[in-house]
Ligand binder design. Sequence first.
Ligand code: ADP
Length: 149
Amino acid sequence: YVGQEVAPLLADHLYQATVDQLMIPPLLIQQATTIDEAVTQLFMHDVGSLYVVDQQQKLLGVLSRKDLLRATINATNTSTTPVAMIMTRMPNIVTMTEHKTILQAGQRLIAHQVDSLPIVEPDGVTVIGKITKSIIMRYFIEEGLHIQN
Ligand code: ADP
């Protein structure tokens, strides 16, 4: 009985939370950063992707784990090649703004088959955060545990 009453509330609460409640500060790098330095950053900060920005924090590119792995098997000189050579570039980056819901963010992550979305200002390019599949996953599980206890 309790489960039946709680379920609709839980669903509302879960999906209507907004991106700004869950987003994290992204790891930002410059486009002149070498591929080797980017790999080091990935390990040092234990993240799955890096965002490449200009001096004004405007989004230029995204680097995923596989982008970096691909570069290392492609006979690229990773100690000198800048990430600008291998990143996914604007305008091909899928982004989100902070007042969207987790449901909208999740739909976009799935539709575009990516692990993270840069959260940008209404200008569409200034990076203010990051939302990832694992953040949403953790949030769902933690909220579920609250309801159970
Ligand atoms: P991985 O490549 O490690 O599996 P992703 O699934 O996130 O990680 O990335 C897949 C590809 O999509 C990569 O080439 C990456 O640069 C690109 N990518 C990642 N996030 C985005 C995004 N938000 N918009 C567009 N492309 C993205």
